[in-house]
Design a protein around this ligand. Sequence first.
Ligand code: ADP
Ligand code: MG
Length: 669
Amino acid sequence: MRSAGKFEKLGLRSSFDFVLHLPLRYEDETALTAPQSAPQGRPVSVEAKVLKAQVMYRPSRQLIVHAEGLCLRFFNFYPSQLKQFQRAVERGQLVRAYGEVRAGFFGAEMAHPRYRIVSEGEPLPETLTPIYPSTAGVSQAELRSRVLNELDSSQLLDTLPAPLKCSYKLKDFGESVRLLHRPPPGIELAALADRTHEAWRRMKFDELLAQQLSMRFAHEKRKTRRAHALPANGALLRHFIQNLPFKLTRAQGRAVQQVLHDLALAAPMQRLLQGDVGSGKTIVAAIACLAAVDGAQQAAVMAPTEILSEQHWRKFNDWLAPLGVRLGWLHGGLTRKQKKAVLDAVSSGETQIVIGTHALVQEGVEFASLALAVVDEQHRFGVSQRLSLRRKATELWPHQLMMSATPIPRTLSMTYYADLDVSVIDELPPGRRPVSTRLVSAERRSEVLGRIREACAEGQQCYWVCPVIEESKEGDLQTALETYATLGGELKGLRVGLLHGKLAPVEKAAVMDAFKAGKIDLLVCTTVIEVGVDVPNASLMVIESAERFGLAQLHQLRGRIGRGARESVCVLLYGGPLSPTARERLKVIYENNDGFEIAQHDLDMRGPGEYLGERQSGLPMLRFADLTKDAVLVEAACTAAEELIKADPEAARAHVERWLGAKRELIHA
Ligand code: ADP
Ligand code: MG
């Protein structure tokens, strides 16, 4: 393979990419140890004259190299290696090897050490040997020589002005990088290993700062784009607000104000509406859509599942159809002819608000004038899907309202979500009772069945959530079918329904209808009900094999109950024995009802991946900084970004250019 191609597999293209390819760890070859006195279990560098090299076939094929006081063994080797050692014998050369020395058949012995043939008196390296993250087909030696070459030929000027470095106590950039690639012997290795050394601190700071700056630039750029300014005080909106189906909570009121304020501007809104499950985000979205209708424009509401899109469709119908708003629903159950009618109404402008799944972003969907795109459960969508919805607007940019019930911990909202404005609904509508959570061993399943019978006898409804089978939707389906059959037998007399992702949209809708109408007592389901489903009469939820679910997922699921006036109970059935992390997860969910708390625990336990969803595919992931361990640095980079943009916008640009360069376009496309 060409070497450029090889390195590209590691993401290494530009000279700076190589410079930033920092070592995973180091090996100390700055001093030699005599083979006989090598310590146990710790790698050392040794040197010995090569005496003889031969291939042996017993007990298995191997290359044995005898050197003075040392024997080397290689089970996998190239013929060229044998020759190399034989040549060394002829020339009286030495082998310098790095690895663990053990007591073997021939005395001190090393298996598969990293080695080099050297001549007598060849100087030892003066710095520790860096070991780089690599991949199959790229040797350490090759990678190291390229990285160090790039390092030596780069100027590595500092992008940060002296006053900023001084006030944040930052070490020089070039010095830091050089130190990380070639640490001097005697350096505190622990600080390098756990990345707390000040050279590491500088790398992390720069990385976080670049991210902060680029987010801010994107934010600025957006403000220069044009969008339809939508009236915050139009006739429909006023009428709706005066006749709301319920009194908005204070938090909802605040979110509505923020959204309407943004919509009234001629720059596109980019707002994330964050609120725990059941906090009432939908009505805020409906109000935003009314502003679009009042402004003689269209709005689109995109939901991640058919079930959710139907639920929105119904709510919007209840709320807005009486005002004469013309609504459309694009869903999978439409005949070809019906679908065409819906699409025509959208493209002619007849339909003012259209609701659907990602079907909304497909080709063939054209809007007369899309001014607002609402994306529910935004983390469920890929960047590209959200972008394509935005592209459905023709002349001007659409406003975007993204909604999420997955609370985003502070460090994350300061980093990956810093380009969005955020409204938080941190209050539940009145009358909600917190759900009480019980941890029950699967051995006590029959007691749980008893509870279900009692609850249903009182006219309540229940969910039975089947376990997720790792890596396999088919497996999920299989368990759901089996559980449905078993429970149907065990709970004779109850009306048991089944809901899973493989049902056709009309079938799903029929099951949900029956459940909502109280015609099903117990709904056996997969995690398809995880997002958004709203049936207030359901007050008992059993989650089977709860230890297999993620924290965010458990919280979402549990949020499906506790919506009515009755006290709700969530039973987490677990099968023992539990792994320590599973135990920890269940403990967190048992002890906490607050989504933010749970999210913070989740972030601590699992890292940020889960929260970024598809967002990560377009954003530069942090390579060096760790959002959990480096929370303090995140805060520092955040204020530094603000200061730098004010004090020295040129330097700010140069810094982003260095760190993100070509990737920048991708991020904010
Ligand atoms: P989510 O934020 O999870 O999307 P929804 O918008 O679906 O929540 O709201 C959950 C339920 O609470 C719905 O039945 C909704 O009609 C109801 N609701 C929302 N806001 C209020 C409120 N201020 N007072 C009473 N009920 C409300
Ligand atoms: Mg919702």
